[in-house]
Design a protein around this ligand. Structure first.
Ligand SMILES: CC(=O)N[C@H]1[C@@H](OP(=O)(O)OP(=O)(O)OC[C@H]2O[C@@H](n3ccc(=O)[nH]c3=O)[C@H](O)[C@@H]2O)O[C@H](CO)[C@H](O)[C@@H]1O
Ligand SMILES: [Mn+2]
Length: 366
């Protein structure tokens, strides 16, 4: 039994040795495999190689919640990767002017924005910008300079439609324009009252918006008796955009030429009003400008029925509107200066300016 026992132990030893060597081979193979995997995934394909992994970028999501798709369009700002530009500072900036309203709308002054960055953000949105300009009666004479200067300064590199409203369609000057930019002429009746021409713009702007709302994103409504002298571009885009009038921006609100008669629908009471905005330039998203134009037009006409015309026609109604409906972006007086006014030091650049005109010479009535 002992011998048997001895024999049996020796067989067990042999088996154990075989098993051990199999296990050793197995462990060796596994280690070798792990080594290969390590070299493949970590060493060979590691970031130490100059290859930069492409970050994931989801497409802009469909709107969630109760706000419309316009939200994506306005608020989702995508900059192209690797765009190099000056580092923005969070502590140094313009201190000679106010660049935010009390309701936190930006006020656009030279030096507050980076034009290259803004252009590349809005280029990728593939937007179309419209401008309206009225040239009725003798004001047709201002149109050539307006159009010629819009070409090198107004939304350069963007799709732009300039809608000219005139009673002299044959006298609209032909101006050479870059691809994607065009002038569209609309006939309107003449009038023998300049106040009516100026105020009727609101109705015609509203009609235009209804017509083009499928093909245009933003619209600016501008006086024709003016010229561009500097860039007016994507920095001016916003929901509802108002321009500070160059004549009153340093004054107390009590001196603003708001309509002061309570009988008018343009009435702004003493001690009320934020800024004095001009009627000669305003704009924004189609939907916002449509609401403004419709409201001003209805109030102007309701006033007229009662025999009252606001002090500065539609400009007064616009100011009343903007007091209640706060603009989401404000353009500094750089965006509508007047040629006869000497430049104030805070106005580093005049971008758009009203020409000097002899009212008696060009208006149909005084
Ligand atoms: C710089 C500025 O903010 N200007 C405003 C200001 O006076 P303005 O003296 O600038 O008014 P304006 O004589 O330029 O008239 C406004 C605009 O209406 C058109 N037009 C006017 C008369 C005419 O016979 N034919 C013609 O086409 C033209 O596009 C002109 O630019 O107040 C007006 C209302 O009283 C308007 O709100 C203007 O936008
Ligand atoms: Mn004007």
């Amino acid at each position: 039994a002992r011998g048997h026992g001895c024999e049996s132990r020796s067989t067990t030893n042999q088996n154990q040795t075989e098993r051990m060597s199999t296990i050793r081979t197995l462990i060796g193979s596994v280690l070798l495999l792990l080594g290969i995997l390590y070299v493949y995934f970590y060493a060979w394909r590691s970031p130490r190689s100059s290859k930069h992994p492409e970050p994931v970028q989801y497409p802009v999501a469909p709107p969630v919640g109760r706000l419309s798709a316009a939200v994506n369009h306005v608020f989702h700002l995508v900059a192209p990767d690797h765009l190099k530009y000056k580092q923005p500072s969070i502590v140094n900036g313009r201190t000679d002017v106010v660049t935010l309203t009390p309701w936190l709308a930006p006020v656009v002054w030279d030096g507050t924005f980076n034009p290259v960055l803004l252009d590349s953000i809005y280029q990728s949105k593939n937007i179309t910008v419209a401008a309206t300009v009225f040239a009725v009666g003798k004001y047709i004479r201002f149109l050539k300079k307006f159009l010629e200067t819009a070409e090198p300064y107004f939304f350069v590199g963007f799709r732009v439609n300039i809608y000219v409203f005139t009673d002299h369609p044959k006298d609209v000057p032909r101006v050479q324009m870059a691809g994607g930019r065009k002038v569209v002429v609309r006939s309107v009746p003449s009038s023998n009252r300049w106040q009516e021409i100026s105020a009727r713009r609101m109705e015609l702007i509203q009609n235009l918006i209804e017509e083009v709302h499928d093909s245009v994103d933003y619209i600016f409504c501008l006086d024709v008796d003016s010229e561009f002298h500097g860039r007016w571009g994507s920095e001016s885009l916003g929901g509802l955009v108002a321009v500070i009038h160059p004549g009153y921006y340093r004054d107390d609100r009590g001196r603003f030429p708001y309509e002061r008669r309570p009988e008018s629908r343009a009435y702004v009471a003493d001690g009320e009003g934020d800024f004095y905005y001009c009627g000669g330039a305003f704009g924004g998203l189609l939907q916002e400008v449509s609401l403004l134009a419709k409201t001003c037009d209805l109030n102007f006409k309701a006033d007229a029925k009662e025999g009252i015309e606001a002090a500065w026609q539609e400009e007064s109604h616009l100011n009343r509107y903007m007091w209640i409906n706060k603009p989401s972006k404000i353009l500094s007086p750089e965006y509508l200066w007047q040629d006869f006014k000497p430049r104030n030091p805070e106005v580093r650049i005049v971008r758009f300016s009203g020409v000097v005109k002899n009212y008696a010479d060009i208006r149909p009535n005084v």
